[in-house]
Design a protein around this ligand. Sequence first.
Ligand SMILES: [Zn+2]
Ligand SMILES: [Zn+2]
Length: 165
Amino acid sequence: MHKVKGVVVKAKNEPATVETILVPDPGPGEALVDVLTCGVCQTDLHYKVGGVSDDFPFLLGHEAAGVVSAVGEGVTEVEVGDHVILNWRAVCGECRACRKGEPWYCFATHNATQKMTLEDGTELEPALGIGAFAEKTWWPRASAPASKHRSRMISTPPWACWAAA
Ligand SMILES: [Zn+2]
Ligand SMILES: [Zn+2]
């Protein structure tokens, strides 16, 4: 378990605040990342005002890059020290849409399954499945070759969600 700082919105339209959050060690198929950089995006504002869902509290941030600090069981795509980007829509590479060459319709995108929490145990809902306005977050397994390639590129987020939508 890791105790780090993260930017959280606890309720609709409340200010985003820096909170202490708890991040478990990575489970099977997951890796933990020390976040180096994270873009600020209008989608984070949409989360804050309740425009995405009402699943507060949200851990904001979803366009990030960092360095792998720990890997869970069965992870072969990345190792400790790898620079990775955090793909908020990491495609599976195996479903019908991916095999048809249309990964933007992927039915089984990867997200971390474990929950980060506030210190009182309240589960956080990570923005777009990432939650990267935090010192540590997840790199969910992304076994598709394209994702592996992308994950090793650079330490600055090369895209934004509005550009991919
Ligand atoms: Zn797929
Ligand atoms: Zn975005």
